[in-house]
Write a protein that binds this ligand. Structure first.
Ligand code: MRU
Length: 352
């Protein structure tokens, strides 16, 4: 399946980013040749979604190497490490970001010249990009296999081509299930406060002609109670070794509602989202974002001035609420400690 959107593209020595903050009104691209601008784009959610920020950051390191003008590899490597730290600090929850930077940095080690290091970095970033797209395809296949014909699925946030290297994770499953004739409809939560569901997922589904219904976040319970939802399928920003899942804030309430109403709750993510060094969800750092994202809507204030705000960008769903986790290496289920370790090991073996 070929994705029709290219939100991150290496383009003759600079990085082209689709500015997602301007969707759906405008399809505007930014050409970036300074890694600091990549960091800003990630922080401001112009580029977003766990796998995609890893890919963008990997290309960011290529830009850092090109700008460094280093006389030797020994001079270049510390500069790259500083750039990698800066990029990694932009968003703390998605483990894909750090993972991708480590992969690309490792490729630069052992280069004989700064020129060779640059070439290796670019090759590594492009490989990572390609492999993530391939992972989405496989996730789509495994995930669609879990759905029965006539399924109506509910998804949260955006996990599509705007969030990953290819067709996407949870949205990749939805696309594949639609192509297989298994899907009757997709329900999409708007995903307050930044509306990734209404702005981005609805945009992607409309382009693909997949029947989709937008709902307010708070409407999910009623739909599940009425029996309108066969399964919930979401992405992840970090999956702990025990199967606890950090994803866009609002995911946990959906999982609890699904459990209460006997609806299956699936998580779709590449193995680069699994962090075996994080024991449980308690240890996952949760990004806190600016108050203005909650107190203003489309540039208009929707709360009295000076109110106190909490704006966690993610929440953690305990593994007991998760029916299965779909990865590119197969479907993991309880006990997650074993099944996720197996899926991760298969990923490392495949990457070589
Ligand atoms: O804050 P965002 O828009 O980057 O959050 C994105 C999500 O929570 C996605 O569900 C997750 O990154 C998986 S994307 C394939």
């Amino acid at each position: 399946m070929k994705p029709t959107i290219e939100p991150v593209a290496w383009n003759n020595g600079s990085l082209r980013l689709l500015d997602q903050t301007r969707l759906p009104q405008e399809e505007a691209y930014l050409d970036v040749d300074d890694y600091r601008d990549v960091a800003t784009a990630i922080r401001k959610l112009r580029v977003r979604g766990a796998p995609l920020i890893g890919i963008a950051a990997a290309y960011g390191l290529v830009l850092a190497a090109r700008a460094a003008n280093a006389g030797s590899v020994d001079e270049l490597l510390p500069l790259l490490r500083t750039a990698a730290e800066e990029l990694a600090a932009t968003r703390p929850t998605a483990v894909n970001l750090r993972w991708a930077l480590e992969q690309v940095l490792a490729a630069a080690q052992g280069a004989a010249t700064p020129q060779e290091a640059q070439e290796r970095l670019l090759a590594a970033a492009q490989r990572l990009h390609r492999e993530d797209a391939a992972a989405s395809e496989r996730i789509g296949r495994y995930g669609a296999g879990l759905l029965t014909p006539g399924s109506a699925v509910l998804t949260h946030c955006n996990t599509g081509s705007l969030a990953a290297g290819g067709i996407g994770t949870a949205l990749g499953v939805i696309r594949t299930a639609w192509a297989d004739g298994k899907l009757s409809r997709v329900y999409v939560t708007e995903t307050r406060p930044l509306l990734q569901g209404s702005r981005l997922t609805m945009w992607e589904l409309a382009r693909d002609g997949i029947p989709a219904t937008l709902i307010a976040d708070g409407a999910a319970g009623l739909l599940m109670r009425r029996g309108q939802i066969t399964a919930v399928i979401v992405g992840a920003d970090r999956i702990a070794a025990n199967g606890d899942v950090a994803n866009k804030v609002g995911t946990y309430p959906l999982a609890v509602l699904a459990r209460e109403n006997g609806v299956r709750f699936y998580v779709a993510a590449p193995t680069s989202t699994i962090d075996l060094s994080t024991v449980s969800g308690e240890d996952i750092p949760i990004e806190e974002r600016p108050a203005g994202e909650v107190t203003a809507f489309a540039g208009r204030s929707v709360a009295p001035d000076g109110v106190e705000v909490a704006n966690p960008a993610f929440d953690v769903t305990p593994h007991r609420c998760v029916t299965a986790i779909v990865t590119e290496n197969g479907v993991a289920a309880e006990p997650y400690l074993d099944s996720l370790a197996r899926a991760s090991r298969a990923g490392v073996a495949a990457r070589g």
